[in-house]
Design a protein around this ligand. Structure first.
Ligand code: HEM
Length: 503
């Protein structure tokens, strides 16, 4: 006679076996190549190797190596679930655009909902569509063209560089600058954390609470006995509440301002929160808070990382920097006093500098891959067959991961020098065609494309141009020449951007 514990254990094993059979074997042939698991049920071997590569700062190279050996689309097991990894542009287009409705983010982003609530970042379907409509005003042409707000924060960064004596790690400074900028753009609050003189205690609490909340969201995906063992459940909601309270205070002020019809004259263009309150005419504080947190989260670090990556490459490619300087000087008259001539239209005309930005984001971006849950049975255009060019059936409940990083380094599309930093390629006609062909996706694509894309591209070129007008050289002082990745939700540079700036 078996004791109850053994019975329960046996039942669990049988259930897991059934789960394995139903998800792994049920899907209709033909299949795509499978990762050669030693643990084909949980896929722990693949996860461990991915973690090891991540710890070494080589995660992207690890995935590129897998695509090289298995093909552009392959599948792995993860906790019994089928995950399709793909770097095939036709599949990317299908998932992000053609059959967009069959793929979603909702299920995988559910753990962040107690913090961010329902909004553009956490939801699919109608709630997402409505939230997407709401963010449109921040990204209208006149807002994108307004570089004055960014310049205020950039001027402070230059002030900090003067104090630092010009040998600095730029990455933390860029992250602070863009944190200040995001809070200014979204909440209309000038927190000035970059100078370290912030008198805004509540902003410091907010930023810290956001970091803690993110950690809690990641921890919440750990099985509960471990969460309980590490004591992660005790103070579960505290950072969520702290960050939400900061947003609530700004929502209240915006509601008050709207009621009194006091125009906001402090900033160059109205803060998003004021536009949101005016546009929705909703007094629903929770709804407004959710919308704000859902946009602050994706906006927060991506831009600071992107400009860090660009300067990282410029510091290692002095000839490229010289060419950027020549272009910027020709277009502006050439001194740091020419800032006024750096309008949005002027920035767009800096062809080579734009190429530098594009080339950097091709090689490395803050977001190297995107996850999607399969919401309905469907057939990807490519993945099966001897060369992976035949259709691939994917069942509801599985997941797909699009690797933009690998797509953007595919030699078949980008040539044998795909791994080389060569901005000149963007001046060649063939590159323009690739961009249209879903082979360049740093901001994703389709209906869920990053709404910040146009604003970001203009700002990144603007910052590079401001550096070019200020410094004759940007010299790398890091002994590590190659980029070592550091992955959290986004990818940063592990060693930062250690440079000597020469005036
Ligand atoms: C260089 C900087 C940036 C890069 C590379 C970037 C990239 C991306 C990517 C790849 C996505 C798609 C994520 C996914 O679907 O899984 C995304 C989404 C998003 N981004 Fe950005 N982003 C940047 C800056 C910004 C900024 C500054 C803002 C806001 C001010 C912003 C707002 C958003 C929002 C709201 C979404 C969600 C859109 C949706 O799901 O409909 N991003 N971004």
């Amino acid at each position: 006679m078996l004791d109850p514990f053994t019975c329960a254990a046996l039942a669990a094993i049988i259930l897991l076996g059934l789960l394995y059979i139903s998800t792994w074997h049920r899907s209709a042939p033909p299949r795509c190549p499978r990762y050669p698991h030693t643990d084909p049920i949980f896929g722990s071997d693949f996860q461990k190797k991915t973690q090891a590569a991540t710890a070494q700062g080589q995660r992207q190279a690890w995935f590129r190596a897998n695509f090289h050996s298995l093909g552009r689309t392959f599948e792995v097991k993860q906790w019994g679930k089928r995950i399709i990894h793909t770097c095939d542009p036709a599949n990317a287009q299908f998932i992000l655009y053609t059959q967009f409705e069959r793929f979603g983010l909702g299920p995988s982003r559910r753990p962040s909902r107690p913090w961010l609530g329902e909004g553009i970042f956490t939801m699919d379907g109608e709630v997402w569509r409505k939230a997407r409509e709401l963010v449109k005003p921040i990204f209208l042409k006149e807002q994108i063209a307004d570089l004055a707000r960014l310049e205020r924060h950039l001027a402070r960064l230059f002030g900090e560089l003067d104090k630092a004596g010009h040998v600095v790690d730029l990455q933390p400074l860029f992250l602070r600058m863009y944190l200040d900028y995001s809070i200014d753009l979204l909440f209309g609050d000038d927190v000035n954390t970059i100078s370290g003189e912030s008198a805004k205690i509540d902003a410091d609490v907010f930023i810290d609470a956001c970091d803690q909340s993110l950690l809690q969201v990641v921890r919440s995906q750990t099985p509960w006995p471990l969460r309980w063992y590490y004591g992660w459940t005790k103070t579960w909601n505290q950072p969520f509440h702290l960050s939400q309270a900061f947003v609530d205070r700004h929502v209240d002020t915006a509601l008050q301002t709207a009621q009194n019809k006091v125009p906001n004259t402090e900033t160059s263009s109205p803060a998003f929160i004021d536009q949101l309150v005016q546009h929705t005419r909703s007094p629903d504080r929770l709804y407004l808070r959710n919308q704000m947190l859902n946009i602050f989260f994706p906006a927060r670090d991506a831009a600071g990382i992107a400009i860090s990556l660009i300067i990282f490459f410029l510091a290692r490619n002095p000839a490229v920097y010289t060419r950027v300087r020549t272009e910027v000087q020709q277009h502006t008259g050439g001194s740091s006093k020419s800032v006024d001539t750096l309008t949005y239209n002027a920035v767009k005309r800096l062809t080579y500098t734009n190429a530098v930005v594009n080339e950097t984001l091709r090689l490395y971006g803050p977001t190297g891959h995107m996850h999607r849950d399969v919401l309905a049975d469907t057939t990807l255009p490519h993945g099966s067959g001897a060369d992976g060019s035949q259709p691939l059936f994917v069942r509801k409940g599985s997941a797909v991961v699009i690797h933009m990083h690998a797509i953007q380094r595919d030699a078949a599309a980008w040539g044998s020098d795909a791994n080389v930093f060569r901005p000149e390629r963007w001046l060649e006609a063939s590159t323009a065609a690739q961009r249209r062909a879903w082979e360049y996706l740093p901001f994703s694509g389709g209906p869920r494309v990053c709404p910040g894309q146009a604003m970001m591209l203009a700002q990144l070129v603007y910052i590079v141009a401001r550096f070019a007008l200020t410094y004759s050289e940007i010299r790398n002082v890091d002994v590590e020449e190659e980029l070592v990745e550091e992955h959290r939700i986004l990818m940063k540079i592990r060693n930062g951007v250690q440079v000597r700036l020469v005036e």
